[in-house]
Design a protein. Structure first.
Length: 549
C-alpha cells in the first residue's frame, strides 16, 4: 500500500492529537512520509476534535477527504465523518460508549481493569489500531516509549490490551522504505531556523497558532542556550524584544493577527530606531478574534504595510518546514545586516501541522553585521552609502549608544530641522537597494510540476502543499514566491515564463497575493479562493482546478 490515511476523532480532552502523533510516529518508522493535520475548536473540553494522518511513499503536504480508517471515541465522529471512509475501510470505535457497525474495542472496560485514566482510552485505541495495521508489538512499544512521557508502563499495558482485542485486517500497512524521516511541526522548524541563525531570546504572549514556538523553546531552554520570556501582553512583548535587540541579543517575537495589531506601534519603533527584530505572524481567520484555532492567509497586506511611516522591511512566507527553517534564518540574518524589522508570515496549517522533515543544518548560519571600527566618535545613526550604520552595544566603553523613537541626527539627538528629516528618511530607505540585491541573489521563488506547462498555478504559504501535488498529477506548473517584500518581480516573471493561463490559489476571500501581483503588472486569470478556516483537501482543489483548466 503506497499510501494510507486515518482519521481519529472525539471531544476536546480525549487526547485526539496524541493518537494522531502516535500513528504518525508508527508510520514514519515504517518508512513513510507524513502529513498530520489537526482540527479542533477553541474549547478545553467538549466540542468535536479530529486529526487526519496521511502517510505516503512520496512527499505529501495536504490531506485527502477519503480515509482508510476512522477511529471514533464518540458517536458524533461516526455521524460527521462516515462518508469519508472508503468502502473497504475500517471503522474502529469505543464499544463501551456507543454501538455502531465496525470493530468495537471495549476501551472503558480495559481502563477499569487496568486502572487507567479516562483520557487513556486514546492509547487503548492506538494499540488496537496498530494491530489492524499489521504492526509488530515491539514497534508499538518503541513508539509509545518515545512519544509518551508520563505513566509509560501503564500506557504500555493499556495499549497491549487494545492490541490483543483487535486483529490484522486487509488494510495491513507494509514497510514503505528504508529511510525514516524526522517529524516536525512548522513552528518547530521556525524556532530551529532562528536558533541556527543565532537567536538568543524568544519573547511572546501566547496566541494560537504561534503559541507552540514558545512551548517548544521553553522546554529546551538549557539544552539550546536560549531564553524564553512570556510577558503580560503583546505590547510588552515587542517593547521587550526591541530592548533586547538594542542590547545586542538576536531576538524573535511570535503572535497572530490580533496580537500583531497591538505590536504595530512597536514595529514602527523598530523602523525609526533601526532595531533588528524578527516577527513571526502565524495567520488565523479574522476580523477581530475570528476563528482562533483555524487557518487563513488574510494578513498579507496588513504585514506588508503594518506600522506608521515609511521604512524598509523583509517579509517571507514559507510553505513547509524545510522552507520555514531556511527562511527564518534568512530573515534573522537580514534583520541584523540591515537593522530592520523582518517578518515570517506563517499560518495555522503550516505552524501546527506535522510533516516529514530533513534537517540540513549547513543551510543556515549566523550572518555578519556591520560593527564599528572604533575610529573617531561613535555615532549610532552614522550616514553611510548603504544606509546601514555601524553597531556597538550598551556597556561598550568606547561610545554612547543612543536610540530614539523621534526623528534624529546621526548622534541620535532629536531634530525637527527640515534638511535633517529628509536626510535621515533617505538614509533609512536607502537600505532597500541592498536588500533587493540580497533577494535577487536568494532563491526567492520555487517552481514545481511541469515547468513548461502553459497553465501556471501561483500560491504562497502552506497552500503550496496541495498545489504542488496536483501540479504534478495534472501536468501543471506551480510558482511559489517565498519572499513577498521586497517582491522578487524578476524571479516571478521568469518562473511564469510564457504561461498562457495563470491561476491564483489562496486561503482568503479576496486574493491577496493576486492583488499584490497586479501591483507589479502580473495579471491572474482565475482566482481559486477558500475562506472557511480549513486548508484545501486534495479532492476539493482537484475539482476546482478542473473547472478552470
Amino acid at each position: 500500500m503506497p499510501e494510507y490515511s486515518l482519521l481519529v476523532g472525539g471531544r476536546a480532552g480525549d487526547g485526539i492529537r496524541q493518537v494522531g502523533s502516535l500513528v504518525a510516529g508508527l508510520l514514519a518508522r515504517l518508512g513513510y512520509r507524513i502529513y498530520f493535520w489537526d482540527d479542533y475548536p477553541s474549547l478545553i473540553r467538549g466540542g468535536h476534535n479530529f486529526s487526519i494522518v496521511r502517510a505516503s511513499d512520496h512527499q505529501v503536504e495536504a490531506y485527502k477527504d477519503e480515509v482508510d480508517c476512522i477511529v471514533a471515541l464518540d458517536a458524533s465522529v461516526v455521524e460527521r465523518h462516515r462518508n469519508r471512509l472508503r468502502p473497504e475501510g475500517i471503522l474502529m470505535y469505543d464499544s463501551d460508549s456507543f454501538t455502531t457497525e465496525g470493530l468495537g474495542i471495549p476501551c472503558r472496560s480495559i481502563l477499569s481493569d487496568l486502572g487507567g485514566k479516562p483520557v487513556m482510552r486514546n492509547v487503548v485505541c492506538f494499540g488496537a489500531l496498530a494491530r489492524t495495521m499489521g504492526a509488530d508489538w515491539d514497534l508499538v512499544e518503541k513508539v509509545i516509549s518515545s512519544e509518551i512521557r508520563r505513566d509509560v508502563d501503564l500506557n504500555l499495558k493499556l495499549a497491549r490490551a487494545g492490541f490483543e482485542k483487535a486483529w490484522e485486517s486487509g488494510l495491513a500497512v507494509p514497510k514503505g522504505g528504508d529511510r525514516v524521516f524526522s517529524l516536525l511541526q512548522g513552528n518547530e522548524a521556525i524556532a530551529l531556523g532562528a536558533l541556527r541563525a543565532g537567536m538568543k531570546i524568544y519573547i511572546a504572549y501566547p496566541m494560537t497558532p504561534s503559541s507552540s514556538i514558545l512551548h517548544f523553546l521553553a522546554s529546551l531552554e538549557e539544552e539550546l542556550g536560549v531564553v524564553t520570556y512570556h510577558p503580560e501582553n503583546e505590547i510588552a512583548a515587542v517593547i521587550t524584544a526591541i530592548g533586547a535587540a538594542y542590547a545586542g541579543a538576536r531576538t524573535m517575537v511570535g503572535t497572530s493577527g490580533g496580537g500583531f495589531c497591538l505590536m504595530t506601534e512597536g514595529v514602527s519603533l523598530c523602523g525609526q530606531s533601526e532595531t533588528p527584530v524578527v516577527f513571526v505572524v502565524s495567520q488565523r481567520p479574522g476580523p477581530s478574534t475570528g476563528v482562533p484555532t483555524y487557518t487563513m492567509q488574510s494578513d498579507l497586506h496588513f504585514v506588508l504595510k503594518a506600522g506608521h511611516g515609511e521604512f524598509v522591511r523583509l517579509v517571507v512566507a514559507p510553505g513547509d518546514p524545510e522552507q520555514a527553517f531556511i527562511l527564518t534564518g534568512f530573515a534573522m540574518n537580514m534583520a541584523w545586516k540591515y537593522q530592520i524589522p523582518t517578518f515570517i508570515l506563517s499560518d495555522k496549517n503550516l505552524s501546527e501541522s506535522t510533516y516529514s522533515f530533513t534537517l540540513r543544518g549547513d543551510e543556515v548560519v549566523p550572518g555578519e553585521f556591520l560593527k564599528w571600527d572604533g575610529k573617531g566618535t561613535y555615532r549610532r545613526y552614522q550616514k553611510t552609502k548603504s544606509g546601514v550604520s555601524p553597531l556597538i552595544f550598551p556597556g561598550d566603553p568606547r561610545g554612547f549608544v543612543k536610540a530614539t523613537s523621534y526623528e534624529h541626527d546621526e548622534n541620535g539627538i532629536t531634530t525637527e530641522v527640515a534638511s535633517e528629516i529628509s536626510s535621515m528618511q533617505e538614509k533609512r530607505l536607502s537600505k532597500r537597494r541592498g536588500l533587493e540585491k540580497e533577494v535577487e541573489s536568494f532563491k526567492a521563488v520555487e517552481v514545481y510540476g511541469k515547468s513548461e506547462s502553459p497553465v501556471a498555478l501561483i500560491s504562497w504559504g502552506s497552500t503550496k502543499g496541495a498545489c504542488m501535488e496536483l501540479a504534478l498529477e495534472m501536468g501543471l506548473r506551480l510558482v511559489q514566491p517565498l519572499v513577498l517584500e521586497p517582491f522578487p518581480v524578476k524571479q516571478v516573471r521568469k518562473a511564469l515564463g510564457d504561461a498562457e493561463k495563470i491561476i491564483g490559489v489562496e486561503l482568503n476571500a479576496t486574493g491577496e497575493l493576486c492583488d499584490l501581483l497586479a501591483c507589479h503588472g502580473i495579471n491572474v486569470d482565475h482566482r481559486i479562493l477558500k475562506y472557511d478556516g480549513r486548508p484545501f483537501s486534495i479532492e476539493e482543489l482537484r475539482r476546482k482546478l478542473k473547472e478552470v483548466v
